[in-house]
Design a protein around this ligand. Structure first.
Ligand code: 26Y
Length: 849
């Protein structure tokens, strides 16, 4: 067969097999006859890459020739997942390749399964960046991503038999990565430390010299659009020592000293910080942020200069989107370049800067808002601190002008927060340095405007502040993860998926089909097969047998107090206790339920284990915080695992209720879980989840939503109709008052919510073992209860009961499911990215011929 394939080049499939065999023999230097699945994956990937490269080169060439305005998406996280399947689908080559590898004795499914996830992100913010790249390319928009090429992505999560989260490094680059192109010719020097001396020559210029210089080297990742030639670029920077090692120390016999600086340079991009929503003020993290923004800006500037326009026209050719405050140093960095290197007056420089940047806020939780200690900045980036102080001075002068004598306001709005140490408020810097500021769902954008940036709205005017509701790419989150549903939609709509995948509102044409019984049957059968696919996955990976006749109830997301996985597990215990008290007759009416959890908790000590970077002695409180944070969420995992152990073995209940914590949640696992869900939970305390995006993914796949009136849940309900979602809990305006009550007029939990008190007491009594371990977690609910579990528990249980009842009427349930999918058009990331392109960046689609 192999020889035959080499000869036959007439058909597309044959040319695929030919290129495959060619890569096996040349790129991999292996023999075709004893190739394993990993080798087959690599050969297939290299062959697909050849296709992408042609388009990628063509795209780059045309952008250079036409020099349109471009946008750059700066994100410390890109949670890409796997690439091969996505590339095949976007290129429209999946069937051909499947046939090709089959001819050679491989199965496409096995080959796809060999690929490791590129997991360079924590969660929502990183996956959003990945969806936006897919949409930019698919919409033919000239958008590049800039990020870091971490050697280790998000840690691998293992769960010990006792239910503890263990973290192992994720050395995702250990196998060769066929999707990146090392660009050793694209490199920039980045400086740290040293000293900054103002010239005091009547200009604002200064000279920054000395310190440490490291090299940023580019690695390019091709981003193919769906059914278009456009193939954009994601440029990831790797840090390298500027010189290999210090020859003097080496000659003096000091080997460790000789490699020290090279080690510390390499450490910069060694590992993704695994915390989202809790900022620690660590030096290495700040180094990452500067290293990445400096290299990206240098690269963007070089490209702009090739056009040959005056620097004042920079914002006519460049828009830069800041994905949260993580790249905010780009603002003082561009000021530094314009002033110190381009010799621009301050006002001109500030004009350019504030017309170039756009800032997206992704959270209003105080612990996630970045603040950098002034002493740390002064030490690491002395020139940038000067510039930040200058920006602040001029800014506060203008505030004083508008609100004369309002000293409180000046203190509130200052970029510098007083204290020990003083800290720079990065969200404020991002806000005043940008042209537009946006939140990620209607409610969240309103909260940004009325809480954390209220003073800035009053000062700068409301029109600077907007909303772009998040979106998800239907390519990965429907066509790729749920091929059967995708095929059914194409048949039903009587259009090729190439059409509706890019015009997602066409899903509305499914609506009349809710009344078509044969269609409903087919719809339900696909859901059932997806449940079986998940069960098969769990069986083969964990050896557990799952009841596929049950309702599948899923909560998958980072573990966080505010996301309230604890509420879910306490609800499960409540259900268990209720079942235990039922008669056999009563139990007959109960629909079986399987509850799935997955998600990673921020680890306590992780970075220290992976890198040993020199660290500036920080003030004690900062160290202290780093010791304290993640324990609650670790206890929640432990509780889930131990509850599962008891419940899944209880002969009285196990047919009606079972529970699984699937370890090592990832994009690839999500692709199996989401299409299998009947109901998914998005149950954050109102006002805390900025948007959520997995809620959109579940609904797009016909899963119903159980949630609070928070984030994008609200807009989903607006689209699909409130009768098709299960809402519960207090609303955002009530939260502040409730918290006040908890602090100043606490009501004992026995009185306030007896059902919850009973559940907590059973856990305390040791029903699930380890009673002592859970006590701190339970006490956060009994006292303080910052996330209002005791306020929402009763309505949560009521909502769960409504789900049960609705599920009994399968006809009506399937109708809800179809309606939900049909109304998800708004949540395509194509819509979102077009809003950014039109309302903010002012860029246009470029047809690549
Ligand atoms: C400062 C540092 C510790 C930090 C690192 C990562 C802070 C925050 C983050 C990540 C935040 C994040 O993922 N936010 C999520 O963004 C999604 C996309 O907009 C939203 O859907 C989701 O509600 C929000 O929590």
């Amino acid at each position: 067969v192999w020889k035959e394939c080499m000869r036959d080049v007439d058909t597309e499939v044959s040319s695929i097999t030919k290129s495959f065999v060619n890569h096996v023999q040349t790129s991999l230097a292996r023999q075709p006859y004893n190739l394993d699945n990993l080798g087959a994956y690599q050969a297939a990937a290299l062959s697909v890459r050849d296709n992408l490269l042609v388009n990628w080169n063509e795209t780059a060439l045309q952008y250079t020739r036409k020099a349109p305005k471009r946008a750059y998406y700066l994100s410390l996280e890109f949670l890409m997942g796997r690439t091969l399947d996505n590339a095949l689908l976007n290129l429209g080559l999946k069937d051909q390749y499947s046939q090709g590898v089959k001819k050679l004795g491989f199965s496409m499914e096995d080959i796809l399964d060999q690929e490791r996830d590129a997991a360079l992100g924590n969660g929502g913010l990183g996956r959003l960046a990945a969806c936006y790249l897919d949409s930019s390319a698919s919409q033919e928009l000239p958008v590049w991503g800039y990020g870091l090429r971490y050697k280790y992505g998000i840690f691998q999560q293992l769960i010990s038999p006792a239910g503890e989260q263990l973290e192992a490094p994720d050395p995702w680059l250990d196998n060769q990565n066929p999707w990146e192109l090392p660009r050793l010719d694209v490199a920039y020097e980045v400086r740290f430390y040293g000293h900054a001396d103002r010239l005091n020559d009547g200009t604002p210029r200064a000279v920054w010299a000395g310190g440490q210089e490291v090299l940023a080297v580019a690695y390019d990742v091709m981003i193919p659009g769906c059914y278009t030639k456009t193939t954009n670029n994601l440029r990831l920077w790797e840090s390298k020592p500027k010189r290999g090692f210090d020859l003097n120390s080496f000659n003096a016999g000091n080997y460790e000293g000789a490699v020290e600086s090279s080690n510390s340079a390499a450490a910069i991009t060694s590992v993704l910080y695994p915390n989202d929503h809790t900022s620690f003020g660590k030096e290495l993290r700040l180094k990452q942020q500067y290293f990445w923004t400096a290299a990206s800006l240098a690269d963007i500037l070089r490209r702009f200069k090739n056009i040959g326009k005056p620097i004042t026209e920079f914002p006519d050719y460049v828009a830069i989107q800041l994905n949260d405050t993580h790249p905010t140093l780009a603002i003082p960095e561009l000021m530094r370049i314009l002033i110190d290197e381009e010799d621009q007056p301050w006002a001109t420089a500030w004009q350019i800067v504030t017309n170039t940047f756009f800032y997206t806020n992704h959270t209003v939780l105080p612990e996630a808002l970045e603040k950098w200690p002034v002493p740390l900045l002064e030490h690491l980036l002395p020139r940038h601190l000067q510039i930040i102080y200058d920006i602040n001075l001029l800014f506060l002068q203008s505030v004083e002008k508008k609100f004369p004598g309002d000293r409180d306001r000046l203190a509130r709005m200052s970029l510098i927060e007083e204290g020990f140490p003083k800290q720079v408020r990065m969200a404020y810097l991002a806000c005043i340095g940008s042209r537009k500021v946006n939140g990620v769902a209607e409610l969240h954008s309103d909260l940004v405007k009325t809480t954390i940036l209220k003073d800035f709205v009053e000062f700068e005017g409301i029109s600077k502040f907007g909303n772009v509701t998040n979106g998800i790419t239907p390519r990965r989150w429907l066509d790729q993860c749920n091929p059967e549903l995708s095929a059914l939609i194409s048949t039903t709509l009587k259009v090729d998926k190439a059409v509706w995948l890019k015009e997602l509102t066409r899903l509305e044409e499914l609506l009349p089909k809710t009344e078509d019984e044969a269609f409903r049957k087919e719809w339900a059968a696909i859901k059932q097969r997806n449940k079986e696919r998940l069960a098969h996955h769990v069986q083969t990976t964990l050896g557990l047998t799952i009841n596929t006749k049950a309702m599948f109830d899923v909560q998958i997301k980072r573990l966080h107090e505010y996301k309230r996985q604890t509420l879910n597990i306490l609800g499960v215990i409540h259900r268990y206790l209720t079942l235990k008290n039922m008669t056999a007759e009563e139990k007959k009416k109960v629909n079986p339920r399987v509850v799935f959890f997955a998600g990673k908790a921020a680890p306590a000590y992780y970075i220290a284990k992976l890198v040993s970077a020199p660290s500036l002695p920080l003030p004690l409180p900062l160290y202290f915080i780093a010791w304290l944070t993640p324990f609650g969420t670790h206890q929640t995992i432990r509780l889930i695992v131990n509850v599962a152990r008891i419940i899944n073995e209880d002969p009285d209940t196990k047919d009606l209720l079972s529970l699984y914590f699937l370890p090592d949640y990832s994009v690839s696992l999500a692709e199996v879980l989401i299409p299998a869900s009947d109901i998914s939970q998005h149950i954050s305390t109102a006002g805390t989840e900025a948007s959520g995006t997995s809620n959109m993914k579940f609904c797009l796949n016909g899963g119903l939503l159980l949630g609070t009136v928070d984030g994008a849940n609200i807009e989903i309900a607006e689209e699909v109709g409130e009768s098709n979602v299960f809402f519960f809990g207090h609303l955002t305006p009530a939260v502040e008052d409730l918290r006040y009550q908890h602090t100043y007029h606490p009501i004992p939990i026995e009185e306030k919510c007896p059902a919850l008190a009973n559940v907590l007491n059973q856990v305390s009594a040791g029903l699930f073992g380890d009673a002592d371990v859970y006590e701190p977690l339970l006490n956060t609910i009994r006292q303080g209860d910052h996330y209002l579990l005791s306020d929402d528990f009763d309505s949560y249980i009521a909502a769960l009961a409504m789900v049960d009842e609705a599920y009994l009427d399968q006809t009506e349930w399937v109708k809800k499911s179809i309606r939900t999918t049909a109304k998800m058009g708004k949540f395509s990331s194509d819509r979102a990215i077009n809003e950014y392109a039109e309302s903010y960046w002012n860029i246009e689609a470029q047809r690549i011929a």
